[in-house]
Design a protein around this ligand. Structure first.
Ligand SMILES: Cc1cc2nc3c(=O)[nH]c(=O)nc-3n(C[C@H](O)[C@H](O)[C@H](O)COP(=O)(O)O)c2cc1C
Length: 371
């Protein structure tokens, strides 16, 4: 690993009002450590540990907007209500104490909520554009009504408003992986005939309304990141956009609605997104929208996240050289790191100071105790 390339990873960057000490972002990672939806002092300490160990920007685990069916599973943190918001205020305080930066990921799971699953408000049915389950493709509930759509848009706007009030450094809207917003993007789960359905560009309407609601809640200076992915849970080879033109038709309206940074979620950052170009998805998003982007996917690890969880493969440290080359060429601006930072809060410090021999290997089984 060449020192000058590493310097680039640890170079500060300013994006609008966001001053970051380096290019390393902690990727959003769901946890089940907020009983009754309330993040406590352990959650604050968990994020502070990463902030004081040279993580430039923390994106929190997915946090729930104010809707009874927003969650899949128990212990996910709410982003509404007096007690949960007081917990988040403490998280912000702890991270800021050590000069870290933190933004919440705002989330609604939509049809990924299982009717028989263990969920808060078990009586609340899952909601989605056409009531279609993401994995099976079967219709299990009624399509969302316009009133429901408007209610969700307002709930995202209110969460953005609270994020700003609590002193967060921005927000990330979760539009990836087959959750609610992505269910509107994807033709398989959005079969609506009204203004929220249609071609890929038309299917961005719900997201655009959410982005505009968030923007109007926080004003022009507050950073808004939008996370998107081609892949969906259970459908890892899915591509909504098959070429740069289709990707542009998808990203341009989102960009114009008020996004500052795109977070392009892939499983392997080194894979070219389309033929005849080495650019990955974050590279294309930057090229097509002119906005700064975050890349993600197996940074510093030799196993991707899906194989890690579904096949139980262990993860070992792998070279950062291909990443540093892309970063140095300005293909993207920031680099999100998931499991490596979950397993080891000091990952960034060890990388920075060439302490490779201290970087740990870990397995899915070990993960649960490492949070
Ligand atoms: C335990 C775990 C929970 C995750 N939860 C979320 C989440 O809440 N929101 C999200 O957008 N991505 C989530 N992801 C995906 C990560 O943000 C990241 O994109 C993925 O792990 C790939 O990065 P990595 O290879 O560095 O782990 C999760 C990943 C893991 C490992």
């Amino acid at each position: 690993m060449k020192t000058e390339n590493l310097d680039f990873l640890f170079q500060p960057i300013t994006i609008g009002k966001l001053d970051l000490s380096n290019r390393i972002v902690m990727a959003p990672m769901t946890r089940g450590f907020s009983p009754d939806g309330i993040p406590d002092s352990n959650v604050a300490a968990y994020y502070r540990r990463r902030a004081e160990n040279e993580v430039g920007l923390i994106i929190t685990e997915g946090t729930l907007i104010n809707h009874p069916a927003a969650a899949e599973g128990l212990g996910r943190p709410n982003f509404y209500g007096k007690h949960a918001l007081a917990g988040w205020a403490k998280v912000v305080e702890e991270v800021h104490k050590v000069d870290g930066k933190i933004i919440p990921q705002l989330w609604h799971v939509g049809m990924a909520r299982q009717i028989q699953g263990q969920n808060p408000n078990p009586e609340a049915l899952p909601i989605g554009p056409s009531g279609i389950d993401v994995i099976s493709g079967k219709k299990v509930t009624q399509p969302m009504t316009r009133d429901e759509i408007h209610g969700i848009v307002d709930a995202f706007g209110e969460a953005a408003n609270q994020a700003k009030r609590l002193g967060f450094d921005g927000i990330e809207i979760h539009g990836a992986h087959g959750y609610l917003i992505d269910q509107f993007f994807w033709a398989r789960t959005n079969q609506r005939k009204d203004e929220y359905g249609g071609d890929l560009a038309a299917r961005t309407r719900f997201a655009i309304e959410i982005i505009k609601a968030c923007r109007s809640a926080v004003g022009n200076d507050f950073p808004i990141i939008f996370r998107f992915s081609q892949w969906k849970m259970g459908h890892y080879h899915e591509k909504m956009a098959n070429n740069p033109e289709e990707l542009a038709s998808f990203l341009t309206p989102l960009s114009d609605a008020g996004i500052d940074i795109f977070h392009a979620s892939t499983r392997r950052y080194w894979e070219p997104e389309f033929m005849n170009s080495p650019l990955n998805l974050a590279g294309w998003a930057k090229k097509l929208t002119g906005k700064p982007t975050i890349s993600v996917g197996s940074v510093g690890l030799d196993t991707n996240v899906v194989d890690f969880f579904t096949e139980g493969k262990g993860a070992n440290h792998s070279s950062l050289t291909p990443l540093l080359e892309k970063l140095t060429h300005n293909e993207f601006d920031l680099v999100a790191v998931g499991r490596a930072l979950l397993a080891d809060p000091s990952w960034a410090v060890k990388v920075h100071h060439h302490r490779e021999s201290e970087l740990i290997s870990f397995t899915k089984a070990a993960m649960k105790t490492l949070f």
